[in-house]
Every structure is written in C-alpha cells, then in structure tokens.
Ligand binder design. Structure first.
Ligand code: PBG
Length: 323
C-alpha cells in the first residue's frame, strides 16, 4: 500500500500537526440570562451550570468570564409576567431591565462586545416574536417595535444588535433606524436561518417566553429546507447584515457549510439550549463523557464553517483551556 492514512495518526505530535480545525476562546459568544432583583443567581433547571443573574451578580459573572478570556456576550432578559404586553412595550424602555443590564456591563467592562437580542418574545404577553392579531403574526407592524428596541439597545451601549425574530425586512429596517439616529457604527448580526426547532425548549424555560398559543412556524424556517436558507442569506446580505447566523447548530451543520460557501460575511452558529441540555443530561446519567461530547460538538460546528459560536459551553470551554 502506498497510501496509509494511519501514518498521520500515529502520535499525538503528528496528529496535532495535521489537525485541520482548532477551537479558541476568541471563537465564542457567551449567552447570559438577566433577571430583576438583587443578589440573585438562579439556576435554569433544564440547563445545569447556567444561571439567571440579577444585574449586580451579572457583573461578577462577566468579570469571571473576562478573566477566562471571554470577550463577547449575548445577554437575554427574563421579564416579569406582569410587565409583558401585546406590543412588548418594555422592550424599548430605556430604564427597562435589558437597557440597564447593557449599560452596567458596558460601564464596568468597556472592552467587551455586547450582542443584544432584538425580538419581542421575552416582553410579549403572547410569547411570540411579533405582534399577534387574531392569531396572525403581523410582519410590518412588528418592524416598528423592533426598530425602537434596537435603538434603545444601541443607546444603552450594544455593539451589535442581533434580530432573532425572523420577520421579513428587519435587517434593512434596523440598518435604517440605526443610521438615522447616528448609530452607523452599531453592527447587525442577523439570525439568517433560524429554524422552528424543538431544541429551544430550555431557553424558553429560562425566560418563561414560550408561545401562549400556537407555534412559531409562520416565521421560523421549516427544518426540511436548505435552499430557503440561501434565500434568507441573500436578503440579509443585500439588507446590510454584518454577520449571518444559523440556528440551531448541530442538526444544521449542512446549512452552516452552505452559508460559508455562499457568503464572504462572518458566519455564526448558535449552539442552542437544547443542544447544551442533551449533553449535560446524558453526562449526569453517566451515559456520555460530557467534556468530550462538548468539545466534539463545538469542533464540528467550527469544522462545518462557523467563524463564531454562540454557546452555553463557552465558559466551561474557557476553564478547560486554563488547565
Ligand atoms: C427568541 C429566541 C429563542 C432563542 C433565542 N432567541 C427561542 C425561540 O425562538 O423561541 C433560543 C436560544 C436557545 O435555545 O438557546 N427570539
């Protein structure tokens, strides 16, 4: 045999030399959950190791992450039920939980990058990403709310706004609103191909943001479709997105690869709550080596073509790197 691929797998030194993909802490954005109150640190039952923080303890968490080398964060707010309404009015309140949290992080850690979430669901009494009228999600009316929300986040200090709502035309609208108000420097990370997925369950537990009625299939994508992801990507590129995202990550590695091959923009992938919960649950039962399963899944997302990974594993990954 002239070709023996095993020669390049013989020793760790050789394996490391021929390794095609590597993970580093700069690849990650760490999602954070924020709640009202003081001195709060409440674990999400379906996400072992992940907490909801009040704004004060959140600063300690960010400090710990910064010490580990994490420099990018994606906060999400858990809004008390009594403050939710049909139009998600709290989403653009400059004194609301989210704006206060962003301001406080940027005040204490001016060098970190904040990727803020633009979508109505955490603030909506319907638990949907858009305005609901007679069971229908209104697209263009929702854009108005998203614009106000993005502006409030930019004012609070967000570096990049990240629309996770899947309304048509939102990237163009947000770009317009930000530019009109002097926020030309604020970027847009679009959730380009966001699928209607079962893997968001634990996130909806964390924020109590599940839809009160129906599902999200009239705006989030059908998991059966991949050409449609290219259509969404074309629109986001034309509308001015600075990053494209695929979500979830692991069941959609082919979509990550396809966007990577069809765009010059940075590609992000969201390793979502359910993907985290599966590994943690199996590891708790002793059915999987959690650490190895984590590293292998993260590596696969990078190998598929993601430049950036949003993951609840980011802190654990960073801790591993320090050992
Ligand atoms: C909603 C939103 C969701 C996630 C991020 N933003 C859930 C949903 O669409 O219902 C999920 C993230 C995760 O599961 O980790 N705008």
């Amino acid at each position: 045999m002239i070709r023996r691929p095993r020669r390049n797998r013989q020793t760790e030194a050789i394996r490391n030399l021929v390794q095609e993909t590597t993970l580093g802490i700069n690849d990650f954005i760490y999602p954070l959950f924020v709640i009202e109150g003081q001195n709060q640190r409440v674990e999400v039952a379906s996400m072992p190791g992940i907490n909801r923080f009040s704004i004060d303890t959140l600063q300690e968490e960010v400090a710990a992450c910064v010490d580990l080398g994490i420099k990018a964060f994606a906060p999400f707010p858990s809004i008390p039920e009594q403050l939710k309404d049909k139009y998600a009015s709290q989403s653009h309140n400059p004194e609301g939980l989210y704006a206060r949290a962003i301001r406080e992080i940027k005040k204490n850690f001016p060098d970190v990058a904040i990727f803020s979430d633009v979508a109505m669901d955490p603030y909506s009494s319907d638990g949907h990403d858009g305005i609901v009228e007679n069971g229908v999600i209104l697209n263009d009316e929702t854009l108005e709310v998203l614009g106000k929300m993005a502006l409030a986040q930019a004012e609070a200090g967000a570096d990049v706004v990240a629309p996770s709502d899947m309304m048509d035309g939102r990237v163009a609208h947000l770009r317009h609103v930000l530019d009109e108000n002097g926020y030309q420097h604020v970027g847009i990370m679009s959730y380009t191909a966001k699928y209607a997925s079962a893997f968001y369950g634990p996130f909806r537990d964390a924020l109590s943001s599940a839809p009160k009625k129906g599902d999200k299939k009239t705006y989030q994508m059908n998991p059966a479709n991949s050409r449609e992801a290219l259509l969404e990507a074309e629109l986001d590129i034309a509308e001015g997105a600075d990053y494209l995202m695929v979500k979830p990550a692991l069941a959609y590695l082919d979509i990550i690869k396809s966007l990577r091959e069809n765009s010059h923009l940075p590609i992000a992938a969201y390793n979502v709550s359910g993907e985290y919960a599966m590994v943690k649950a199996a590891a708790q039962k002793g059915w999987l080596d959690g650490e190895k399963a984590m590293l292998e899944s993260l590596l696969s997302i990078k190998r598929a073509g993601a430049d950036i990974i949003l993951s609840y594993f980011a802190k654990e990954f960073a801790q591993l790197q320090q050992r």
